[in-house]
Every structure is written in C-alpha cells, then in structure tokens.
Ligand binder design. Structure first.
Ligand SMILES: Nc1ncnc2c1ncn2[C@@H]1O[C@H](COP(=O)(O)OP(=O)(O)OP(=O)(O)O)[C@@H](O)[C@H]1O
Ligand SMILES: [Mg+2]
Length: 323
C-alpha cells in the first residue's frame, strides 16, 4: 500500500526548464530542446537596453512555506514509482510516493546510494533507467508518456549532481536555443541574439557570474562551484514550474552557497516549486523547506519538517525510525 508522502506537515500531498544535456552514454537524448549548431557569437561589450522577457519564474522574490494566499494546485504527484537500471535491470526505485503543490519546497535526504539522484533522473526521463511501475503526473499530465524534451518544455528543470560539459556549444547559444524553444511552446515570440543578450545579462548578477562565462562552452573547464552556479544561472534564465536541484550545494564555498540559495529563493513564486536533494542542513538555513523526506533503499521512509534534517545532521541516519 502506498504511503502518500505529501507534505501533510503543512498541507495534503503537494517545476525550468530542463536544459537536457548530453549524457555520456546517450549523447542524443540529452540535449537542449531543439539544440542545433549555431554560429559562435561573441558577447557584446556594451549592453543593449534591458528587456523584460518573462517566463514562469520571473515573479517577485518570495520564499518560505505556503507562499501566496490562494488555494494551491497540485503540481507533481508521484505514486508507487519503481524503476530499474535499463542495462542491468537492477531495481533502484521501489515504490516512491510524493506529492508537491505549487509554491512548495520539498527536500529529499538520504544515505549515499539510497536512490535520490535516480529518482530525480527518472522524473526527467533519463534513459539510463526504465520505469517498471507507478505513475508520475505533472500538472495533470502523465509525465511517463512524455519524452525528456517534452518534460522540459512542460516546465520541469533539473540541475544534475554532476553537471556535464558540452564541448563546442557556448553557454549563451545553449541558453538562447533552450529559452526560445520554451517561448515557442508557450506561444511567445522568440528572442533574437541581441534581445536575448539584454535579457540574460539581467540574470548574471543573480548568481554573481561574470559576463565572460557566457561565451565559454557549457561547463567546459568550469570549477565544481562554477558549474553549480551555472546550473542555477540556467534555471534563472530558462524558468521552471518545477526545479529539481540535485545537490546544488555540493562543492560550494560559503559565499557561493549564499549566492546560489539567494538565487533559488529569488525564483520561488506561489506558482512554482522546488524539489531539492541535499545531504546538509546548512542549505536549509537559506532555503526554507515546506517539508523534508528521507529516502532509504529506493523508498521515502519518513516525511516531516525541517527538524528531521537537523536531527540527521546531529545524529546520522541511524537515528531514523526503523522502517
Ligand atoms: N546508471 C547506473 N548504472 C549502475 N548503477 C547505478 C546507475 N544509476 C544508479 N546506480 C546505482 O543505484 C544506487 C542509487 O544511486 P543514486 O545515484 O540514485 O544514489 P544517491 O542517493 O543519489 O546517492 P548520493 O547521495 O551518493 O548521491 C547506487 O547504488 C548506484 O550505484
Ligand atoms: Mg546522488
């Protein structure tokens, strides 16, 4: 029987675009929407007038629990989700249940190897995994029937635990293509390079990123912390209704952690939500969760408030109730 891991700590059960990137094992599937070679362009020295292109996440910053006064819509509902590794058929997810409402921040913690990243990757349709049971519904649509790119265009963004490099594709071209693909999907006019530059330059400050990163190839030669910043920069530019952030805090120095957390908070609105995987409570000092879930052996075995994270940091996973 499914234990429904909604955040009943605050409400009953409760999305950037996913800039799908090349996966080393599946270079074709994991590409940005409509990713195609573009001629390299360099970033202008002078900024054109700033534009106000907007997507779902460009709303006034507001964070914390239960943002907004209106009744919240169910955004993501995961029921009894099970999945195996495509190649070996080894079961990893063994019945995950989770519900995320609009405006909520859900955190997944758990021991190394408990299945957290697999869960995140299955949600975005990573080809390394095969779903063997259960359902995933995002804004009323069956996600499991959707190709990764469709999930991305529908408003699901994922930042990977280990962001991969895309040689030969500059950050700005990558983002321009992905951004326009989403705008097209939303029935909005696409932005040309100059207009896009005007828009994107307003986002650099959000993550304290230097302008020269725009012309560099996606993540190529970036330090660990720079890659994480770049992931959040992508989220800020592309927008999302559900942002899945896998260990966005790992490898960040304390200032970078603050910047990244500030940027995530700045992106939260009453309409969009975050599913965050982390090992450390320190992230939750900056981004306040609606609730915290503990994953163990491919299942969510405990759901509660931020205090769970504090307890685990102090006492370790042995302090978890027996399951
Ligand atoms: N593509 C794959 N091929 C082989 N094994 C895999 C693959 N993906 C996941 N696994 C295995 O599945 C288990 C769960 O991995 P996963 O990356 O989801 O753990 P995690 O909870 O994110 O751990 P961590 O906290 O260390 O990031 C691990 O034992 C891992 O080795
Ligand atoms: Mg992981």
């Amino acid at each position: 029987m499914a234990l429904f891991n909604s955040c009943s700590c605050s409400s009953p059960s409760r999305s950037p675009l996913l800039p799908f990137k090349q996966s080393p094992s599946n270079p074709i599937l994991f590409t940005a929407p409509a990713l195609r070679p573009l001629r390299r362009r360099s970033v202008p020295n002078r900024l054109p007038p700033r534009l106000t292109a907007s997507l779902a996440v460009e709303s006034p910053p507001e964070s914390g629990n239960d943002r907004g006064g209106k009744s919240k819509e169910l955004l993501l509902e995961v029921k009894d989700l099970s999945a195996v590794i495509s190649e070996s058929k080894q079961p990893i997810l063994k019945g995950v249940n989770l519900a995320i409402y609009e405006g909520e921040v859900h955190v997944v913690m758990g021991k190394n190897g408990s299945g957290k990243s697999t869960f995140a990757k299955v949600l975005v349709g990573h080809p390394d995994y095969e779903v063997t049971g259960g359902s995933v519904v995002f804004r009323g649509e069956n996600v499991l029937d959707m190709a990764p790119v469709e999930r991305s265009l529908a408003g699901i963004f994922m930042s990977f635990q280990s962001p991969i490099e895309i040689p030969g594709v500059s950050n700005i071209d990558f983002l321009n293509m992905a951004y326009n693909a989403r705008r097209k999907k939303l029935g909005q006019p696409e932005l040309g390079p100059l207009e896009f530059y005007g828009y994107i330059s307003t986002k650099l400050d959000l993550v304290n990123m230097k302008v020269d990163f725009l012309n560099r190839n996606v993540n190529e030669g970036f330090s660990g912390g720079e890659k994480k910043r770049n992931e959040i920069f992508q989220l800020a530019v592309l927008g999302a209704e559900l942002a899945i952030l896998d260990e966005i805090d790992s490898g960040l120095d304390v200032d970078a952690l603050r910047d990244v957390a500030k940027a995530v908070n700045g992106l939260l609105t009453p309409q969009n939500s975050v599913l965050m995987i982390t090992h450390y409570h320190r992230l939750l000092e900056f981004i306040k969760p609606t609730c915290v879930h503990i994953m163990e052996d491919g299942r969510i075995v405990e759901t509660g408030k931020e205090s769970i994270a504090k307890r685990i940091e102090k006492e370790g996973y042995k302090a978890m109730p027996a399951t």
